[in-house]
Design a protein around this ligand. Structure first.
Ligand code: TRP
Length: 352
């Protein structure tokens, strides 16, 4: 069986380093591993509209921003198909059929949707489209016969929902859809990167992000402001590395070699952490290392973005071509679905 990747993001803002360690960096590695037959990366604009119906301009503008982020981290349109969800009409038709296989109470139990409903203060005014987006996400995944879905931890409930739909569908209509597997980041620090304020998750609405396109000055400022350990007042004081954002980011971004190159007194990050816990290592020093490491990672991304920005028609062309390729793949699956469901009245299972 072919190995196929599908994943994506809602284009509601530029992507940040939480997206990067949670998924983007991995996608590029998977792409470059050469192990996958097909890779589809989707801008989920239709899903973004489920809670932004009154603000389509925001989504429209971020289509290009997210494409720039994709290309500048190293997603290669010659290898990966980059496309826009709303351009694939087949996805909505699939979702319409899948809706019959899911109950309202099942949707109400989705923990990610529950959290999002609270965060958005929808209370009784949940848009139906928003409520049902896990079903539409099952269409996204199954339309491309994805075997592997690299995503962050918060997407696990969507994968469970998809697998349930696949099983139910295949059970009723015969084997048609492919069961996907989730691929989570292998590093715990990357599962849910906290914001620079140490609050839960990095997110645009909380204003605690470092963007992939962050300029060097703002990056330095954000590292300077970063939440560390409020009980670590003087350099000599013992400190906490758990819950200390600087160390969480070092876990996500920094190799032992990088620690050792800047501070030869430590063999690696664990030795540096031990020193911090014991006392005698100040936040200035830990932040200096973090800034250097982040700058090393982000500088080439920033440079590629600046280049690409000069040629937006190229970026749009990548998305247009990608959407054509994606549409063909989804149309193939849809015709198989219609056949299995016995609604292809004029096709190869003609009435009569
Ligand atoms: N829900 C994902 C997010 O919030 C975006 C998304 C839509 C997605 N469809 C998908 C991710 C299919 C993986 C597979 O970012």
């Amino acid at each position: 069986m072919s190995k196929i990747i599908l994943t994506g993001d809602r284009p509601t803002g530029r992507l940040h380093i939480g997206h990067y360690v949670g998924s983007l960096r991995r996608r590029v590695q998977l792409q470059n591993s050469g192990e996958y037959d097909k890779i589809f990366i989707m801008e989920a604009d239709a899903q973004a509209l489920t809670d932004n119906a009154d603000n389509p301009e925001k989504i429209r503008q971020n289509i290009v921003e997210v494409a720039l982020d994709y290309l500048s981290v190293g997603l290669d349109p010659k290898v990966s198909t980059l496309f826009i969800q709303s351009q694939i009409a087949e996805l909505t038709e699939l979702a319409f059929y899948y809706m019959n296989l899911v109950t309202v109470s099942r949707l109400q139990r989705n923990p990610t949707v529950k959290t999002e409903i609270k965060m958005r203060n929808f209370e009784a005014n949940i848009p139906v489209g928003f409520f049902t987006y896990p079903i539409s996400q099952a269409s996204d995944i199954t339309a491309f016969k994805a075997t592997t879905v690299p995503v962050g931890e918060d997407q696990a409930p969507m994968l469970e929902q998809t697998i349930e739909i696949v099983r139910r569908f295949n059970n009723i209509y015969g084997p048609t859809l492919v069961e996907p597997k989730i691929l989570l980041p292998d590093n715990a620090a990357c599962l849910r990167l906290p914001g620079i304020d140490g609050k839960a998750k990095m997110s645009k609405s909380l204003g605690n992000c470092i963007y992939l396109s962050e300029d060097p000055k703002d990056l330095a400022q954000k590292v300077r402001e970063m939440y560390t350990d409020p009980t670590h007042l003087r350099v000599e004081d013992p400190g906490h590395t758990e819950g200390n954002v600087v160390f969480t980011y070092l876990d996500a971004f920094c190799s032992d070699e990088q620690v050792n190159a800047m501070f030869p007194e430590y063999a690696g990050l664990e030795e540096m952490k031990a020193h911090y816990r014991k006392g005698g290592l100040g936040d200035m020093k830990t932040k200096k290392l973090l800034l250097a490491v982040l700058e090393e990672e982000l500088a080439p991304i920033r440079a590629r973005r600046a280049e690409l920005q000069k040629d937006i028609p190229y970026v749009l062309e990548v998305l247009r071509k990608g959407s054509e390729v994606a549409r063909e793949a989804a149309a193939q699956t849809l015709s198989e679905v219609r056949h299995s469901m016995r609604i292809d009245y004029f096709g190869d299972s003609k009435l009569g």
